[in-house]
Design a protein around this ligand. Structure first.
Ligand code: 6PG
Length: 239
Protein backbone atom coordinates (compact mmCIF):
# COMPACT_ATOMS: atom_id res chain seq x y z
CA UNK A 1 0.00 0.00 0.00
CA UNK A 2 1.23 3.50 -0.84
CA UNK A 3 1.30 6.12 1.90
CA UNK A 4 -1.90 8.03 2.51
CA UNK A 5 -1.78 11.59 1.16
CA UNK A 6 -3.44 14.02 3.59
CA UNK A 7 -4.48 17.37 2.12
CA UNK A 8 -5.65 19.92 4.68
CA UNK A 9 -8.12 22.52 3.40
CA UNK A 10 -9.87 25.33 5.24
CA UNK A 11 -13.50 25.08 4.20
CA UNK A 12 -15.82 22.50 2.61
CA UNK A 13 -15.69 24.58 -0.58
CA UNK A 14 -11.88 24.31 -0.52
CA UNK A 15 -12.24 20.52 -0.16
CA UNK A 16 -14.49 20.48 -3.23
CA UNK A 17 -12.01 22.58 -5.23
CA UNK A 18 -9.08 20.41 -4.17
CA UNK A 19 -11.03 17.29 -5.14
CA UNK A 20 -11.82 18.74 -8.56
CA UNK A 21 -8.12 19.48 -9.08
CA UNK A 22 -7.19 15.91 -8.16
CA UNK A 23 -9.89 14.53 -10.45
CA UNK A 24 -8.59 16.62 -13.35
CA UNK A 25 -5.09 15.20 -12.92
CA UNK A 26 -6.39 11.64 -12.58
CA UNK A 27 -8.60 12.10 -15.64
CA UNK A 28 -5.61 13.31 -17.65
CA UNK A 29 -3.57 10.26 -16.67
CA UNK A 30 -6.44 7.84 -17.34
CA UNK A 31 -7.18 9.25 -20.78
CA UNK A 32 -3.51 9.29 -21.76
CA UNK A 33 -3.10 5.64 -20.74
CA UNK A 34 -6.48 4.07 -21.48
CA UNK A 35 -8.65 6.60 -23.26
CA UNK A 36 -11.42 6.23 -20.70
CA UNK A 37 -12.09 7.51 -17.17
CA UNK A 38 -14.05 5.29 -14.84
CA UNK A 39 -15.14 6.90 -11.58
CA UNK A 40 -17.30 5.68 -8.70
CA UNK A 41 -19.16 8.50 -6.96
CA UNK A 42 -19.78 8.61 -3.24
CA UNK A 43 -23.10 9.14 -1.55
CA UNK A 44 -23.90 11.20 1.53
CA UNK A 45 -23.98 15.00 1.61
CA UNK A 46 -20.28 15.93 1.57
CA UNK A 47 -19.59 15.32 -2.13
CA UNK A 48 -22.54 17.49 -3.20
CA UNK A 49 -20.34 20.60 -3.18
CA UNK A 50 -17.87 18.82 -5.47
CA UNK A 51 -20.61 17.71 -7.87
CA UNK A 52 -22.07 21.23 -7.98
CA UNK A 53 -18.59 22.66 -8.57
CA UNK A 54 -17.89 20.27 -11.44
CA UNK A 55 -21.14 21.38 -13.07
CA UNK A 56 -20.01 25.02 -13.18
CA UNK A 57 -18.61 26.54 -16.36
CA UNK A 58 -15.18 26.77 -14.71
CA UNK A 59 -14.80 23.00 -14.50
CA UNK A 60 -17.12 21.85 -17.26
CA UNK A 61 -14.61 22.90 -19.93
CA UNK A 62 -11.75 21.03 -18.25
CA UNK A 63 -13.40 17.65 -17.96
CA UNK A 64 -13.64 15.39 -20.99
CA UNK A 65 -17.09 14.15 -20.03
CA UNK A 66 -17.45 12.06 -23.16
CA UNK A 67 -14.80 9.72 -21.77
CA UNK A 68 -16.42 9.39 -18.33
CA UNK A 69 -18.13 6.21 -17.20
CA UNK A 70 -19.88 6.87 -13.89
CA UNK A 71 -20.66 4.36 -11.16
CA UNK A 72 -21.49 4.51 -7.42
CA UNK A 73 -19.46 3.15 -4.50
CA UNK A 74 -22.71 2.52 -2.70
CA UNK A 75 -26.44 3.08 -3.01
CA UNK A 76 -29.44 2.95 -0.78
CA UNK A 77 -32.13 0.42 -1.69
CA UNK A 78 -34.60 3.07 -2.79
CA UNK A 79 -35.99 4.21 -6.16
CA UNK A 80 -33.81 6.60 -8.20
CA UNK A 81 -36.19 9.50 -7.53
CA UNK A 82 -36.07 9.03 -3.74
CA UNK A 83 -34.60 11.81 -1.60
CA UNK A 84 -32.33 9.09 -0.11
CA UNK A 85 -30.94 8.01 -3.49
CA UNK A 86 -27.22 8.64 -4.03
CA UNK A 87 -27.91 8.47 -7.77
CA UNK A 88 -30.54 11.21 -7.48
CA UNK A 89 -28.20 13.49 -5.54
CA UNK A 90 -25.41 13.19 -8.12
CA UNK A 91 -27.82 13.39 -11.04
CA UNK A 92 -29.47 16.57 -9.77
CA UNK A 93 -26.18 18.32 -8.88
CA UNK A 94 -23.98 17.14 -11.77
CA UNK A 95 -24.90 14.38 -14.17
CA UNK A 96 -27.94 15.94 -15.80
CA UNK A 97 -25.83 19.04 -16.52
CA UNK A 98 -22.86 17.36 -18.26
CA UNK A 99 -22.57 14.97 -21.23
CA UNK A 100 -20.95 11.96 -19.53
CA UNK A 101 -20.60 8.94 -21.80
CA UNK A 102 -22.35 6.38 -19.60
CA UNK A 103 -24.00 6.23 -16.19
CA UNK A 104 -24.28 2.88 -14.42
CA UNK A 105 -26.49 3.26 -11.37
CA UNK A 106 -27.31 0.57 -8.85
CA UNK A 107 -30.96 -0.43 -9.25
CA UNK A 108 -31.95 0.60 -5.74
CA UNK A 109 -35.56 -0.06 -6.62
CA UNK A 110 -34.88 -3.80 -6.99
CA UNK A 111 -37.05 -5.60 -4.42
CA UNK A 112 -34.23 -7.97 -3.43
CA UNK A 113 -30.99 -6.17 -2.33
CA UNK A 114 -28.85 -9.28 -2.82
CA UNK A 115 -29.99 -9.54 -6.43
CA UNK A 116 -29.37 -5.83 -6.96
CA UNK A 117 -25.83 -6.40 -5.66
CA UNK A 118 -25.23 -9.37 -7.95
CA UNK A 119 -26.66 -7.43 -10.89
CA UNK A 120 -24.27 -4.56 -10.21
CA UNK A 121 -21.31 -6.92 -10.00
CA UNK A 122 -22.32 -8.24 -13.44
CA UNK A 123 -22.46 -4.67 -14.71
CA UNK A 124 -18.91 -4.07 -13.49
CA UNK A 125 -17.65 -7.25 -15.13
CA UNK A 126 -19.36 -6.27 -18.38
CA UNK A 127 -17.42 -2.98 -18.42
CA UNK A 128 -14.10 -4.01 -16.89
CA UNK A 129 -13.81 -7.62 -18.02
CA UNK A 130 -12.71 -10.52 -15.81
CA UNK A 131 -10.84 -10.06 -12.53
CA UNK A 132 -11.23 -7.32 -9.96
CA UNK A 133 -12.11 -4.00 -11.66
CA UNK A 134 -9.55 -1.21 -11.26
CA UNK A 135 -11.44 2.06 -11.07
CA UNK A 136 -9.51 5.16 -11.99
CA UNK A 137 -11.10 6.89 -9.01
CA UNK A 138 -13.37 5.85 -6.17
CA UNK A 139 -14.80 8.74 -4.15
CA UNK A 140 -15.62 7.96 -0.52
CA UNK A 141 -16.97 9.74 2.54
CA UNK A 142 -16.74 8.70 6.15
CA UNK A 143 -19.34 8.64 8.86
CA UNK A 144 -18.59 9.70 12.45
CA UNK A 145 -18.58 5.98 13.30
CA UNK A 146 -15.81 5.37 10.78
CA UNK A 147 -18.00 3.68 8.16
CA UNK A 148 -17.29 4.28 4.50
CA UNK A 149 -19.43 3.50 1.50
CA UNK A 150 -21.95 1.22 3.21
CA UNK A 151 -19.33 -0.75 5.10
CA UNK A 152 -20.21 -0.36 8.76
CA UNK A 153 -18.09 -1.30 11.81
CA UNK A 154 -17.94 -5.04 12.59
CA UNK A 155 -20.16 -5.91 9.62
CA UNK A 156 -19.43 -9.22 7.84
CA UNK A 157 -19.35 -7.39 4.49
CA UNK A 158 -15.97 -5.99 5.58
CA UNK A 159 -14.39 -9.38 4.93
CA UNK A 160 -16.21 -10.18 1.69
CA UNK A 161 -14.24 -11.61 -1.22
CA UNK A 162 -16.95 -10.36 -3.56
CA UNK A 163 -17.00 -7.09 -5.50
CA UNK A 164 -20.38 -5.90 -4.27
CA UNK A 165 -22.44 -6.75 -1.18
CA UNK A 166 -25.97 -6.04 -0.04
CA UNK A 167 -25.99 -4.66 3.49
CA UNK A 168 -28.89 -4.75 5.93
CA UNK A 169 -28.06 -2.43 8.82
CA UNK A 170 -30.92 -2.19 11.30
CA UNK A 171 -30.15 1.22 12.72
CA UNK A 172 -29.32 2.76 9.36
CA UNK A 173 -31.42 4.35 6.67
CA UNK A 174 -32.54 1.64 4.30
CA UNK A 175 -30.83 -1.48 3.10
CA UNK A 176 -27.86 -0.73 0.91
CA UNK A 177 -25.66 -2.06 -1.87
CA UNK A 178 -21.96 -1.37 -1.47
CA UNK A 179 -18.51 -1.79 -2.94
CA UNK A 180 -16.42 -4.13 -0.82
CA UNK A 181 -12.89 -3.44 0.46
CA UNK A 182 -11.79 -6.09 -2.05
CA UNK A 183 -13.00 -3.82 -4.84
CA UNK A 184 -12.14 -0.46 -3.24
CA UNK A 185 -8.53 -1.45 -2.55
CA UNK A 186 -8.03 -2.36 -6.20
CA UNK A 187 -8.61 1.23 -7.33
CA UNK A 188 -5.90 3.32 -8.95
CA UNK A 189 -6.95 6.16 -6.66
CA UNK A 190 -9.30 6.57 -3.72
CA UNK A 191 -10.30 10.05 -2.57
CA UNK A 192 -11.92 10.61 0.83
CA UNK A 193 -13.87 13.85 1.16
CA UNK A 194 -14.37 14.50 4.88
CA UNK A 195 -15.67 17.69 6.48
CA UNK A 196 -17.15 18.71 9.81
CA UNK A 197 -16.10 18.59 13.46
CA UNK A 198 -18.19 15.49 14.08
CA UNK A 199 -15.63 13.50 12.03
CA UNK A 200 -12.54 14.92 13.81
CA UNK A 201 -12.15 12.23 16.47
CA UNK A 202 -12.40 9.43 13.92
CA UNK A 203 -9.94 11.24 11.64
CA UNK A 204 -7.51 11.37 14.58
CA UNK A 205 -8.14 7.71 15.45
CA UNK A 206 -7.29 6.63 11.92
CA UNK A 207 -4.67 9.08 10.68
CA UNK A 208 -2.80 9.85 13.92
CA UNK A 209 -3.41 6.87 16.18
CA UNK A 210 -3.30 4.41 13.25
CA UNK A 211 -6.32 2.49 14.58
CA UNK A 212 -7.56 -0.09 12.09
CA UNK A 213 -10.85 -1.10 13.75
CA UNK A 214 -12.87 1.25 11.55
CA UNK A 215 -13.90 0.47 7.96
CA UNK A 216 -12.41 3.72 6.61
CA UNK A 217 -9.06 2.72 8.11
CA UNK A 218 -9.06 -0.45 6.03
CA UNK A 219 -9.16 1.46 2.76
CA UNK A 220 -5.53 0.82 1.80
CA UNK A 221 -5.28 0.52 -1.99
CA UNK A 222 -2.94 -2.32 -3.02
CA UNK A 223 -1.09 -0.14 -5.53
CA UNK A 224 -3.23 2.97 -5.91
CA UNK A 225 -3.19 6.36 -4.26
CA UNK A 226 -5.22 7.08 -1.13
CA UNK A 227 -5.96 10.77 -0.70
CA UNK A 228 -7.71 12.23 2.37
CA UNK A 229 -9.16 15.70 1.75
CA UNK A 230 -10.10 17.32 5.06
CA UNK A 231 -11.52 20.69 5.99
CA UNK A 232 -10.31 22.60 9.07
CA UNK A 233 -13.02 21.19 11.33
CA UNK A 234 -12.47 17.54 10.41
CA UNK A 235 -8.69 17.97 10.80
CA UNK A 236 -8.96 19.81 14.15
CA UNK A 237 -7.42 16.99 16.17
CA UNK A 238 -4.54 16.18 13.84
CA UNK A 239 -3.17 19.65 13.16
C1 6PG B 1 -23.94 7.02 2.04
C2 6PG B 1 -22.46 7.19 1.91
C3 6PG B 1 -21.81 7.20 3.26
C4 6PG B 1 -21.35 8.62 3.48
C5 6PG B 1 -20.96 8.86 4.90
C6 6PG B 1 -20.67 10.36 5.12
O1 6PG B 1 -24.55 6.38 1.17
O2 6PG B 1 -24.47 7.62 2.99
O3 6PG B 1 -21.87 6.36 1.08
O4 6PG B 1 -20.73 6.33 3.40
O5 6PG B 1 -20.24 8.87 2.61
O6 6PG B 1 -22.05 8.47 5.73
O7 6PG B 1 -21.87 11.04 4.86
P1 6PG B 1 -21.89 12.65 4.84
O8 6PG B 1 -21.07 13.06 3.66
O9 6PG B 1 -23.36 12.99 4.67
O10 6PG B 1 -21.31 13.10 6.16
Amino acid sequence: MSERQIILCETPDDVADAAADVLLNLQTDALAQRGIFRIALSGGSTPNLLYESLATEEWQADMQWEAWEVFWSDERCVPPDSADSNFRMANESLLKHVPVAEVFRVRGEHPVPDEAAQEYARTLRSRFGPGVPAFDVILLGMGADGHTASLFPNHPALNSAQLIEAVVVEQKVRNRVTFTLNLINHARAVIFLITGAEKSQRVRDILLDQRRDFPAARVEPDEGECIWLLDHAAAELIR
